[in-house]
Design a protein around this ligand. Sequence first.
Ligand SMILES: *Cc1c(COP(=O)(O)O)cnc(C)c1O
Length: 355
Amino acid sequence: MTMILPHIEKMPGYVEGVMPSAGTKAIRLNLNESPYPPSPHVQSALQEIGEEVLRRYPDSRCEQLRAELAAKYGVKAEQTFCANGSSEIISLIMKVFVGPEGKIALPDPSFPLYHSVAAGYQAKCIAVPTREDFSIDVDKLRETGAQAVVVVNPNAPTGLMLAKTELIRLLESMDGLVIVDEAYMDFADSDESVISLVDQYPNLLVLRTFSKSYGLCGVRVGYGFADERLITALEKAKDVYNVDAIARHLALAALRDQSYMKETTGRIKRTRAVFSKQLESLGFSVIPSQTNFILCQPPAKAEGQSARELYEKLMEQGIYVRYYQLPRLADMLRITVGTEAEMEEVYAALSRMIE
Ligand SMILES: *Cc1c(COP(=O)(O)O)cnc(C)c1O
């Protein structure tokens, strides 16, 4: 008896960025984490947690956090959903809207987690190539005939934004579900969010997370917005207590400190601009980023300076960036934007390698 279902046995599983071992000095720029601590209000909220919060079941619908998210985005609480990271919502999408032998379409390149999660639910995830310049062709997504399509906006790992008008065109022309994953929208220069459209389009589901712009990767809270009918379906299918009592308490504290989130994302955006210029001065091609990471292509003239070699040499110096062994990304690096000081170190290290 193998005990393990064949589709699980076969699936490759999600490959995350290399984690430097605990205690080693490392500049970690491969997981798109924030280089800044979360709001100081989050630390205070953590201190406030009393024994009763630990002993009682939390309310399964996460009412308070939902209500405050709904108020911030001008939608109804019934159109709002909270989860154990937005990754849980990605799993629920497969479980609730796609299913075994169902089809979901996603641009390529984009966030690889959709592929591994789909495989776990025996769903077919169709990769739709982006154009030469990595821009997303929404018509090609629709033409797959998939019952659900995903647009990560701005996209990962490219950092490119798709205009809201293009998403509206997709929503107008699709009967099926349109998922817009806005994990990085808080880092964008112009707000192309489609959250305000959930009233108008019953086939729209928007995903967000506290991981990136609020600096709470470790706490695991994601959220989503959609028509009430879709939210009710997600509520039925989720784990009953999917957002733990501590996590929701901390997320709430982070949400209430918008000025801190704007300040830290603002700093990251300024560092992104400076570091992009520095990369260009070294001869890199840089895709203009609307996120907290930069996809770039090294000049690759001399031996020992390919993306892969630079990735390995940086790692030897304790600088972790992301390298994808994939056809369209094999000559590129994805570098998360850290603090000013960290990026100066990366620039210095790359300058030595490129010279
Ligand atoms: C990081 C990321 C997520 C997952 O976020 P969690 O809330 O930490 O699960 C979802 N989508 C994209 C595109 C991401 O980059």
